[in-house]
Design a protein around this ligand. Structure first.
Ligand code: FES
Length: 161
């Protein structure tokens, strides 16, 4: 029923939460409004732009397309949970070093899509990299630099091989 509050237990960036949420609350709204994790961006709110991408149990998912309650018992990682303390994740570092970031709006979503890929496969083909970020729209058309940065990060994650 609309407006009905339900219990939700999930882990976000390694931290367990027990919350009461409305049945219709979207994950992106839970993250941004309740948990104040605003790294996942709201672009289209229609599963089309990828700006809101997070990882759920290691898979890249658009958080505007998922109800918060659907993450019950699951592990959510947002861009805020990707760095290791002060040390950026190799994907973040490579994107900065390679000049991939322009306006930055699509970057958190790109990082989360790339992370889901590289956590499974640190030696992807260019086609696999393209496929991983194909749902992440970049208004600045910076795809080539993003793809190259992800390949650089993959090499780094393989220990420079
Ligand atoms: S805001 Fe979720 S896909 Fe665009």
């Amino acid at each position: 029923m609309k407006g009905e509050m339900k219990e939700l237990k999930l882990t976000v960036n390694g931290k367990p939460y027990e919350l009461e949420v409305k049945a219709e609350t979207l994950l992106v709204d839970l993250l941004r409004q309740e948990l104040k994790l605003t790294g996942a961006k709201v672009g289209c709110l229609d599963s089309a732009c990828g700006a809101c991408t997070v990882n759920i149990d290691g898979k890249a998912v658009r958080s505007c397309s998922v109800l918060a309650l659907q993450t019950n018992g699951r592990e959510v990682t947002t861009i805020e949970g990707v760095a290791d303390g002060d040390k950026l994740h190799p994907i973040q570092q490579a994107m900065i070093d390679h000049g991939a970031i322009e306006c930055g709006f699509c970057t958190p979503g790109m990082v989360m899509s790339a992370k889901a890929l590289l956590d499974e496969n640190t030696n992807p083909t260019r086609e696999e990299v393209k496929e991983a970020i194909q749902g992440n729209l970049c208004a600045d058309e910076g795809y080539v630099k993003y793809i190259e940065a992800i390949e650089i990060a993959a090499r780094e994650m393989r220990g420079g091989q």
